[in-house]
Design a protein around this ligand. Structure first.
Ligand code: G1P
Length: 288
């Protein structure tokens, strides 16, 4: 079984839900406490043993590339002032182990992933959607890679949500369940209200075999008029093993403002250096 060495991060989206904050700053660079969303996703991939990070970007997203480079001026100034540089260590990706390609038109998530086909090549690969913030120990991708080492094939993260919210997501038609592993019998993108096959959705973490790129090549537009990754994955079911992995941890939907605020609050409350002040602040605000 080939190991998962490459991760694709689709980061071309316009982030219109966070305007005006995202007029100039990519939504993936918005911080949770003091670290940008995209770095949490990259750290999650590194923890899972993934070596090569592929970013599918778009116009105006260049600062993501800068974030993962050396910042000489900053480092020299900090060094001269005797400051600790260790906070910057994880922001530097290994030389030659990152790739940036652009999705030129917003044709959908499936199209964004297909834009990475030449870089991904013939190996299985991971996909992480950075605005789905998965907080756990071990991280979500590590839990999925552990499952992959036993099962092979294709894996999607699976998350139970209230039935009435399923129409915003890719949804699993589940088969047999064994602990955290669920057989995937079908997948449907953004089912009309009342038609979802279950309340088990796809929260944006995938391990896929490279054949999905061939399918995406000719994949027609689906829900919302976009080329959907879910539709391409659905065609792999039956041809290759396909399972869902229930993540043991917390998921924050940072594509929504409330989810983003919740993640900030939760992580601040997790941190020893901030916990007490933030709790007191929250209590006092609630009592106003
Ligand atoms: C995308 C995927 C969907 C998935 C969701 C997770 O949808 O198409 O299957 O459930 O991300 O956030 P989007 O949020 O881009 O509409």
């Amino acid at each position: 079984m080939k190991p998962i060495r490459t991760a694709v991060f689709p980061v071309a989206g316009l982030g219109t839900r966070f305007l005006p904050a995202t007029k100039v700053v990519p939504k993936e660079m918005l911080p949770i406490v003091d670290k940008p969303l995209i770095q949490y996703a990259v750290d999650e991939a590194i923890e899972a043993g993934i070596e090569h990070m592929v970013f599918v970007t778009g116009r105006g997203k260049d600062i993501i590339e800068d974030h993962f480079d050396i910042a000489y001026e900053l480092q020299d100034t900090m060094k001269a002032r005797g400051k600790d540089l260790s906070i910057l260590h994880d922001t530097r990706l290994k030389p030659g182990k990152s790739s940036f390609t652009r999705q030129q038109e917003p044709l959908g998530l499936g199209h964004a992933i297909w834009c990475a086909r030449d870089i991904v090549g013939d190996d299985p690969f991971a996909i992480l959607l950075p605005d789905e913030f998965m907080h756990g120990s071990p991280g979500c991708m590590k839990q999925m890679v552990d499952a992959y080492e036993k099962l092979g094939g294709n894996l999607v993260c699976a998350l139970e949500i209230p039935m009435e919210k399923t129409s915003s997501y890719g949804v699993i038609d589940p088969g047999k369940r064994d602990g955290v592993i669920t057989e995937v019998k079908g997948l449907v993108e953004k089912p009309a209200p009342g038609t979802a096959p279950s309340n088990l959705i796809l929260p944006g973490r995938y391990i896929l075999q490279p054949e999905v790129m061939k399918i995406l090549e000719t994949q027609e537009a689906g829900a919302g008029g976009e080329i959907q990754l879910t539709d391409a994955m659905a065609q792999m079911i039956g041809r290759q093993a396909f399972h869902g992995v229930t993540f043991e941890g917390r998921r924050f939907d940072c594509g929504s403002k409330a989810g983003y605020l919740e993640a900030n609050l939760a992580l601040a409350l997790d941190r020893e250096d901030m916990r007490d002040r933030v709790r007191d602040m929250a209590v006092s605000l609630l009592n106003e």
